[in-house]
Design a binder for this molecule. Structure first.
Ligand code: DX5
Ligand code: ZN
Length: 231
């Protein structure tokens, strides 16, 4: 018998703009927000930590200016300390850095908090949970469990991620932490309920939202959320 892992927070849907039309970012962002998304997930890639390059703080600022959205910047970049202030000034409310991208996790999380943003740590599929997070727990507002290898949208969900989500949920509970637990990569309405039951409370989705009908896709996610949280 596994204990109830469901988060104390209401579950949020966060569309990843990586799957939007880059020539139409403002309207694509607004469409998802109007359909009920809580905010927007901005995937920042530098061509170093991961091979692709996406966009930077100026683009995030422009999207915030036109939508007024709550934006979560997922920095898939080396040396994130050099970029944190730019994303905070751009208006991102949450900044998540990769544990694998800096030897100075504790310091950079402190920088993010000092800049007035929520501080998050993302873990690649091969990165252990407890060993990586236990000494920075008081600095965490968010843990992001990658359920694909970062760098590209549209990949297949890595099932082992579910166990990591449970492990984070237990760790947060044991520290009495109210940090958010985000999952990113291959998240769809088909695995949403299972992820929430394991403790996820922020569902990031790119292709499952922007492929096809955005309104219908967000409604399909909301139905799964309600089936668990209202049960
Ligand atoms: C992957 C990014 C994800 C990506 C998810 O490196 O961090 O946010 O956009 O895309 P899907 O939902 O298509 O797997
Ligand atoms: Zn992401």
């Amino acid at each position: 018998m596994t204990m109830n892992q469901i988060s104390p927070h209401p579950v949020r849907i966060l569309p990843s703009l990586l799957a939007a039309d880059f020539a139409n970012l403002g309207p694509d962002a607004k469409r998802a927000l109007d359909a009920g998304a809580y905010g927007l997930h901005a995937d920042i890639m530098d061509g170093q930590f991961v091979p692709p390059i996406t966009y930077g703080a100026d683009v995030v600022k422009a999207i915030i200016n036109v939508t007024g959205a709550w934006v979560d910047a997922h920095l898939m970049i080396e040396d994130p300390d050099k970029q944190v202030l730019a994303f905070a000034s751009a208006g991102a409310k949450a900044i998540t850095i990769h544990a694998e991208a800096t030897p100075h996790l504790h310091r950079v999380l402190g920088m993010i908090r000092d800049a007035g943003c929520e501080a998050g740590v993302a873990l690649n599929p091969a990165t252990p949970v407890t060993a990586t997070l236990q000494h920075v727990m008081p600095l965490l507002d968010r843990v992001l469990i990658m359920t694909v290898n970062p760098g590209w949208g549209g990949q297949k969900f890595i099932h082992e991620g579910l166990g990591k989500v449970s492990e984070v949920a237990q760790l947060l509970r044991s520290f009495n932490s109210m940090a958010r637990l985000q999952v990113d990569g291959g998240v769809t309405p088909d695995n949403a309920a299972e992820l929430i039951r394991h403790g996820a409370d922020e569902l990031v989705a790119g292709s499952a939202i922007y492929r096809g009908d955005v309104e219908a896709n967000i409604a399909a996610f909301q139905k799964q959320i309600d089936s668990v949280q209202l049960a």
